[in-house]
Design a protein around this ligand. Structure first.
Ligand code: G1P
Ligand code: ZN
Length: 538
């Protein structure tokens, strides 16, 4: 039986960079998840009888909320739910399922790279029928509904068995449990030359993929070790755990340090990679060389034509504003446009739908293409493998040749996590207050707050990060994170372009040392946040 449950609005159900993310404890409050899911449904029109895709990254609380979402979808009038076995779907796989089965939309349960477990984070995100994160028009409506909600609709049916593939029903709605990997693996085979990659593994190529106890484990086992014949043991930490084994499933040099150390060691394999909690991020490391996500985007774009899915070339490239301009140089040489968007994958959706961009990327370890409407960790790994198989060179040789040809964009990001929110806001405001006076000092030629006019729908998004521009590809960017769940996180992005190959061999922290110090001083980071040094350097 479907019933209407009285409820009261909760403060702060405002979706951030990527859906609503809060501590598990917050989500566990009575009615909290229900309110947000009802607010999603109340912001949508015309889904009666249509299909909703459901899945999550398997983190703590995923099983409970999946069942809630099924009961609420039935009570709200969806005709069918497609749900990954065990309630699992990686974010890019969910995007693919939405597109492939022409679903009305999908709900993804994930807090991405944030920590899991009962003390960790949880999240709910809505994706539209194009497979991409809901645009701001919808997330704003969700928030507005969440502020005035008084009731939600739910059925009181028992839990659905999600471990058996096939169809059941909840009231008049069909629930179809699907293999979370199959559709995704099929898509990857359409894009990449699996025979060439298999042959490379057969001739002794060695790789390590660290799934970080998160969602990509089953995908990587099936694709890398199964379809591509990589030796067993290539995938490590391949079983998803509700608390990710107590680790942060964030594929960066801090949380994937073991992989990094292996790749820098004398018996490193040829290629190392990792993905995050929900499978949309990637970390790429060659033997003896770390490839920054910004460089990886540029290299993938420059070599994409070597994979069959991109053999016809790219329509354009898009990168988020804080991402380095390395991709811009590739676009320039290819004679295509490079779009600069605000942080967050949702801003790429329109460009991809309009076929203005084919490949997109963010400095935060996100790369993807028009094959889905999310960034895609394993996709990036497979495109790299395809390029390595065709070129037959080492990663290090390929990266260094790229720098020699295009120049190197030295790049680093310094994060100050969980700082006092008011102090962080004051820091940003104090930079804003100096836009008129900063140019002309310290070599700064321009200072502004990034805003984006979407070339497809004409929407304007402002206040997206403070930029201090020094000319010739040098800049410092300050931004506050939109995905944190405690206090504020200040991100400082620092970049300098170096054309001269004889100066390409420096550690970025050394090459950028003067700018790092300048950033600290100009923004008075210590005075505003009380922090002397960043928590994470990537
Ligand atoms: C971070 C990244 C951003 C990414 C987002 C979701 O957002 O910086 O590039 O799209 O996570 O994965 P932020 O915390 O900076 O708002
Ligand atoms: Zn993620």
């Amino acid at each position: 039986m479907s019933k209407v449950v009285p409820t009261q609005a909760f403060d702060g159900q405002k979706p951030g960079t990527s859906g609503l993310r809060k501590k598990v404890k917050v989500f566990q409050q009575t009615h909290y998840a229900e309110n947000f899911i009802q607010s999603i449904f109340d912001s949508l029109d015309g889904f009666a009888g249509k299909t909703l895709v459901l899945g999550g990254d398997g983190r703590y609380y995923n099983p409970e909320v999946i069942q809630t979402a099924i009961r609420m979808a039935a009570a709200n009038g969806f005709g069918r739910v497609l749900v990954g076995r065990g309630g699992l779907l990686s974010t890019p796989a969910a995007s693919n399922v939405i597109r492939k089965y022409q679903a009305f939309g999908g709900i993804i349960l994930s807090a991405s790279h944030n920590q899991g477990g009962p003390e960790g984070d949880f999240g709910i995100k809505y994706n539209t029928g194009n497979g991409g994160p809901a645009p701001e028009r919808i997330t704003d409506a969700i928030f507005a509904h969440s502020q005035k909600i008084t009731t939600y609709r739910i059925t009181d049916t028992p839990d659905v068995d999600l471990n058996t593939l096939g169809k059941t029903s909840v009231e008049s709605m069909t629930v179809e449990v699907i293999d979370p990997v199959a559709d995704y693996a099929e898509l990857m085979q359409q894009l990449f030359d699996f025979d060439a990659i298999r042959a490379m593994f057969q001739s002794g190529f060695r790789m390590r993929f660290d799934a970080m106890h998160a969602i990509t484990g089953p995908y990587a086992h099936a694709i890398l070790e199964g379809l591509l014949g990589a030796p067993a043991g290539t995938v490590v930490n391949g079983t998803p755990l509700p608390d990710f084994g107590g680790h942060h499933p964030d594929p960066n040099l801090v949380h994937a340090k073991e992989l990094y150390d292996l790749m820098m060691s004398p018996d490193a394999p040829d290629f190392g990679a990792a993905s995050d909690g929900d499978g949309d991020r990637n970390l790429i490391i060659g033997r003896n060389i770390f490839v920054t996500p910004s460089d990886s985007l540029a290299l993938l774009a420059a070599n994409a034509h070597l994979a069959k899915g991109y053999a016809k070339g790219l329509a354009g490239i898009a990168r988020s504003m804080p991402t380095s301009a390395a991709a811009d140089r590739v676009a320039e040489r290819l004679g295509i446009k490079c779009f600069e968007t605000p942080t967050g994958w949702k801003f790429f959706g329109n460009l991809l739908d309009a076929n203005m961009a084919t490949i997109c990327g963010e400095e935060s370890a996100g790369t993807g293409s028009n094959h889905v409407r999310e960034k895609d960790g394993l996709w990036a790994v497979l495109l790299w493998l395809n390029i390595l198989a065709v070129r037959g060179e080492s990663m290090e040789a390929i990266v260094k040749a790229h720098w020699a040809s295009y120049g190197r964009n030295y790049y680093t990001r310094h994060d100050y996590e969980e700082v006092d929110a008011d102090g962080a806001k004051r820091l940003i405001q104090s930079l804003r207050d100096r836009f008129a006076t900063l140019p002309g000092t310290h070599g700064i030629v321009a200072a502004d707050d990034f805003s984006y006019l979407d070339p497809v729908d004409g929407s304007l998004t402002d206040s997206q990060g403070i930029r201090l521009m020094f000319g010739e590809g040098t800049r410092i960017v300050f931004r506050l994170s939109g995905t944190g769940t405690a206090g504020a996180t200040l991100r400082v992005y620092i970049e300098r372009y170096e054309a001269e190959p004889s100066r390409h061999g420096l550690d970025p922290q050394v090459a950028l040392a003067d700018l790092i110090t300048l950033a600290r001083n100009i923004a008075s980071i210590q005075a505003h946040t009380g922090r002397v040094s960043p928590d994470v350097i990537t």
